[in-house]
Design a protein around this ligand. Structure first.
Ligand code: ARG
Length: 467
């Protein structure tokens, strides 16, 4: 057991207490951030005259070798250290001697861990935003290629009105676009540096917080030292944005699973992205979509877990906050894995356009348009709704569709029907007439694709900021 704080104690910590308290098992993931933060800290200490040039050089050199040796596997991070901060400091002292003992001057593990965590979350949130961007490019490709791929749109999972695949994918484009901006927005708000806050009340050393902040690529230092060490809002904001992404991926997965079912057959998932059954040879299962849907729970769990951890904490640092790590690390990894795999599945999926189109003409998806036709001929909408309703009942009883009925049959329900009805309620007309902003009609979709392109161009320019 290698501890940083033995001086005050006359007795060894119980082994079980030590293990319960230790975080090295998971916070070793912060090694790079920890070393980068320490380098910035000591460079600043030297600039401010707190360390000599030789001491600073020795510490930076030592820290660099620790980083290299760990990444090459020559130095193993073991459980005998309490946390990653203790590990790095102990190894540094072993390596360079007394100068290493000066690294922690004017710093506390409280501001150190706050810094490491911010850097980790910041970096991974940027990766998540890139992954969401990749998905947006895939969705936009599918949209461009399918402006006239007709399919039924559903409400209550019942066929409702015809639409296009482009329009359907466009709905997901909007969701993931919001997710993207939520991430960039959270990124901007978290990009402030807590280093220099000390235990919670700053220090008496002449630290230059602006200097370390800009060395570490932050927008500026955090403004209240007590808040700096006790704030985990940025983790919660990130987890909330991640939960929303999972909710969207899960809804999308559910649709893929339905569309892939034997009854629908709207899509065929590529062999590379599906799995088989150990007993039923005919099976090709949508496991990726099911796992993505299934993993949504653990990401929500992370959000609720951290919200709950934080809700009773008095200022400033409390050990409860060590619980931020496992859930946040796990959620970030889960979401990034899910985005990557889902995107791969979507990029390779085949849409059975004929089946989709055939499905769109059945199921009375043109009933609204048939009512609208009568309205154009002068029938009040409520009456038209009733007439078409009666026609639908008649069709169901006789296994027909509306456009299947002869003009004489139609006239039995309303004298307002003329032969132009067939064109008015054809699948093509039903879709093409829908030109309201945001609707599936060709002109409306063209505008939507134009707006998508503007958004994607902004991403390509590397513009993480929101305007
Ligand atoms: N392992 C701790 C954490 O993750 C580091 C901070 C420890 N600070 C303290 N005052 N005990 O939160």
């Amino acid at each position: 057991m290698a501890q940083l704080w033995g001086g005050r104690f006359t007795k060894e910590t119980e082994k079980s207490v030590y293990d319960f308290n230790a975080s090295i098992r998971f916070d070793k993931a912060l090694i790079d951030q920890d070393i980068e933060g320490s380098v910035a800290h000591v460079v600043m200490l030297e600039k401010q005259g707190v360390l000599t040039l030789e001491e600073k050089d020795a510490i930076v050199k030592g820290l660099t070798s620790i980083r290299n040796e760990v990444s090459e596997g020559k130095l193993v991070i073991t459980d005998e250290y309490e946390d990653i901060h203790s590990f790095v400091e102990a190894k540094l002292i072993e390596m360079i001697g007394d100068a290493g003992k000066k690294m922690h001057t004017g710093r506390s593990r409280n501001d150190q861990v706050a810094l490491d965590m911010r850097m980790y979350v910041r970096e991974h949130v940027a990766v998540t935003a890139d992954n969401v961007a990749d998905l947006l490019f895939t969705l936009n490709d599918i949209m461009e290629k399918n402006t006239d791929t007709y399919m039924p749109g559903f409400t209550h999972l019942q066929k409702a009105q015809p639409t296009t695949l482009s329009h359907h994918m466009g709905a997901y484009f909007e969701m993931f676009k919001r997710d993207y901006t939520r991430l960039t927005d959270a990124y901007e708000r978290m990009n402030y540096c807590p280093l220099g806050a000390g235990a919670f009340a700053g220090t008496t050393y002449p630290l230059d917080r602006n200097y370390t902040s800009s060395m570490l690529g932050f927008e500026g230092p955090t403004l209240n030292s007590m808040d700096s060490v006790s704030d985990r809002d940025y983790c919660i904001e990130a987890l909330s944005a991640l939960s929303m992404i999972m909710m969207h991926l899960s809804r999308f997965s559910e649709e893929i699973i339905i569309w892939n079912s034997n009854e629908y057959r709207f899509v065929e998932i590529d062999d590379g992205y599906s799995t088989g059954s150990s007993i039923m040879p005919q099976k090709k299962n949508p496991d990726i979509a099911e796992l993505v849907r299934g993993k949504t729970g653990r990401v929500y769990g992370a959000l609720v877990s951290l919200l709950t951890t934080m809700k009773g904490l008095p200022l400033a640092y409390n050990k409860d906050m060590q619980e931020d790590k496992e859930v946040t690390f796990d959620a970030l990894k889960t979401v990034n894995d899910c985005l990557g795999l889902f995107n791969g599945m979507l990029r390779t999926i085949r849409f059975n356009k004929d089946i989709m189109q055939r499905s769109a003409v059945r199921g009375f998806t043109n009933a609204t348009d048939a009512a609208d036709y009568l309205v154009l001929k002068g029938v009040p909408f409520r009456d038209a709704h009733g007439i078409i309703g009666r026609i639908v009942v008649h069709c169901i009883e006789n296994d027909r569709s509306i456009d299947d009925l002869s003009i004489d049959e139609l006239k039995n329900f309303s004298e307002y029907f003329e032969t132009d009805v067939y064109d008015a309620i054809s699948l093509k007309t039903c879709v093409e007439k829908r030109l309201t902003l945001g609707a599936p009609g060709p002109e409306a979709i063209k505008e939507e694709l134009k707006r998508n392109k503007e958004f994607l161009d902004k991403i390509k320019r590397g513009d993480m900021k929101n305007e």
